[in-house]
Design a protein around this ligand. Structure first.
Ligand code: ME8
Length: 514
């Protein structure tokens, strides 16, 4: 089985993490946990993008050095990922020494191959703010920050020969329908490439907080620092030891799926593949540009004051419910919306009423009727049609999940799992164990309870990537110990519970929200 490599963007540290950053990182974590659980060798990378002028300025305003500032903000990301149970294999920072070395080595290699050249950058410059702005950013020729007059300035800078890759890129995207996902965004990317690609300025001399260009044997008038995007994109290579440990790198590259928001798709579906082509490296299997999360249908922004703080939601609903909501409510690839109403509705109906209640009532009945010990039963498969139905759907669920996960349809995976959860609850209603107990039909009662326990075990296993800590609690209640990072294939079958296995104490998992 080919190893799996999953990445998220590396987030800017000029802001604290919000629900959007959480969304991408949670999706990546779900995929990573799923692939690990099903026996794959997985490397999951996330991290932070720490260079650039914005950081330099923010640090200055706070009276800190840029390094001090990024060291502070990065802790906010790490802390949130801990709370959200993000199980990345490396958290990369662009200030990590090994990353810096890779960026400089790549710069030199691409320069030596003729794809980087020294040219002249012309742009609208604000002297007091020491920043270039594009025509669209500059309103009436004024600085969008300080509103002072901008000057047209020219300076020497290094360029990446993006134009050289235009036809190869277009050809690649055309012949690889799975490269840019979802399909709707693939068309956007193709028409962007068709409209013509300009070479890209990849150094700045007005900043100091960045990676300096390496020794390449060119005399320059000023010091040059590598521009953030050229630096940042290379994290996907340095994160798996490119140029440092070839064997390790070869295991994981090309990446299986690179997840990001639609805002930065062009960087990942045009510039990034061109950089890889310049390095003679294969392109990632999938670059997935997911949609944006809105707050009750509105774009979140600081000025509107409607930016959702993940901590507030986690405080109210718990990290797992938050993970569940994002994966279930937002179809991967489309935009989605957060509202308290929907969150509460999902929590109460799916988590509390359906899944939580299924486990709680089953364990309570097991305690009441069998002292929490799996009974011996004479009934076997084939005796009871409705039990067989439950068993067949639950077992077939894995095949469906494999297919849907392969298409990155996480919300559909959850839908399928919850169908089986509802079917299990219905099975309980139909069989009415309380009537069987009253009638003294202990053999049948035992059989019914075991079927439900098997269904709970399986649906909960499939929910592990989505809600890892709750599933660990469920398994504790079932007294099953399993290594979720590598589950034995036999465990995905039915017939796990054997007579005299004992179960743990039932404990409510999702107390209803009012
Ligand atoms: O762009 N909904 O960093 P960034 C969904 N450093 N996802 C959202 C979102 C929202 N409302 N808001 C943000 C950068 N995101 C660069 C990346 S990669 C080499 C360099 C997520 O901090 C989404 O994944 O602005 C988006 O692409 C990313 O955060 C942007 O993060």
């Amino acid at each position: 089985m080919k190893p799996i490599y999953i990445t998220t963007p590396i987030y800017y540290v000029n802001d604290v993490p919000h629900i959007g950053h959480s969304y991408t990182t949670i999706l990546a974590d779900i995929l990573s946990r799923y692939y690990k659980m099903t026996g794959h060798n997985v490397f999951f990378l996330t991290g932070t993008d720490e260079h650039g002028q914005k950081i330099e300025k923010a640090a200055e305003a706070k009276g800190l050095s840029p390094q001090e500032l990024v060291d502070q903000v990065v802790l906010r990301f790490r802390a949130l990922w801990d709370v959200l149970n993000i199980s990345c294999d490396r958290f990369i920072r662009t200030t990590d020494p090994d990353h810096k070395k890779v960026v400089q080595d790549v710069f030199k290699r691409v320069f030596d191959k003729g794809y980087i050249y020294l040219g002249e950058y012309a742009g609208l410059y604000c002297r007091p703010c020491e920043t270039y702005y594009t025509e669209t950013q500059a309103e009436n020729g004024l600085c969008p920050e300080c509103k002072r007059e901008l000057t047209l300035l020219k300076e020497e800078a290094f360029f990446f020969r993006l134009s050289a890759f235009e036809s190869n890129l277009l050809e690649y995207v055309e012949k690889s329908p799975e490269f840019v996902l979802p399909l709707t965004r693939r068309n956007e990317v193709m028409s962007f490439i068709r409209s013509g690609l300009n070479d890209l300025c990849i150094t700045r001399s007005a900043i100091n907080w960045g990676i300096e260009i390496p020794e390449i044997g060119v005399v320059t008038k000023q010091k040059h620092y590598i521009y953030v995007w050229f630096d940042a994109l290379l994290n996907y290579l340095s994160g798996i030891k490119y140029g440092q440990d070839p064997e390790f790198f070869r295991q994981y590259w090309p990446a299986t799926i690179q997840l990001l928001g639609k805002d930065i798709l062009k960087f990942h579906a045009v510039i990034w593949p061109a950089m890889l082509m310049a390095l003679d490296l294969p392109l990632p299997e999938h670059v997935f540009g997911h949609g944006f999360i809105y707050q009750s249908g509105e774009k979140m922004s600081k000025s509107k004051g409607n930016v959702l703080d993940p901590y507030v939601l986690i405080e109210s609903y718990g990290a797992d419910a938050f993970r569940y909501f994002l994966a279930r409510e937002v179809v991967m690839g489309l935009d989605g919306s957060y509202s308290d109403e929907n969150m509460k509705q999902r929590f109460n109906s799916d988590l509390a009423n359906d899944w939580g209640n299924l486990i709680n009532r089953t364990l309570n009945m097991m305690k009441q009727y069998f002292d929490g010990v799996v009974p011996q039963t004479e009934m076997v498969f084939g005796f009871d049609e409705s039990a067989d139905g439950l068993r067949s759907t639950a077992v077939l669920l894995f095949d469906k999940i494999k297919e849907l996960m392969g298409e990155f349809k996480l919300s559909h995976v959850l839908e399928e799992i919850f169908l089986v959860i509802r079917q299990s609850n219905k099975y309980i209603e139909d069989q009415a164990p309380w009537v069987l107990a009253k009638k003294g039909d202990i053999d049948r009662l035992g059989y019914v309870m075991i079927q439900v326990l098997e269904a709970i075990r399986l649906v909960s296993l499939f929910l592990f990537p989505f809600m890892p800590s709750t599933v660990e609690r469920v398994y504790k209640q079932l007294q099953i110990s399993v290594d979720f990072t590598h589950v034995d294939p036999l465990f995905f079958d039915w017939d796990y519970f054997k007579p005299s296995m004992s179960l743990g104490e039932p404990e409510p998992l999702f107390p209803r929200k009012i």
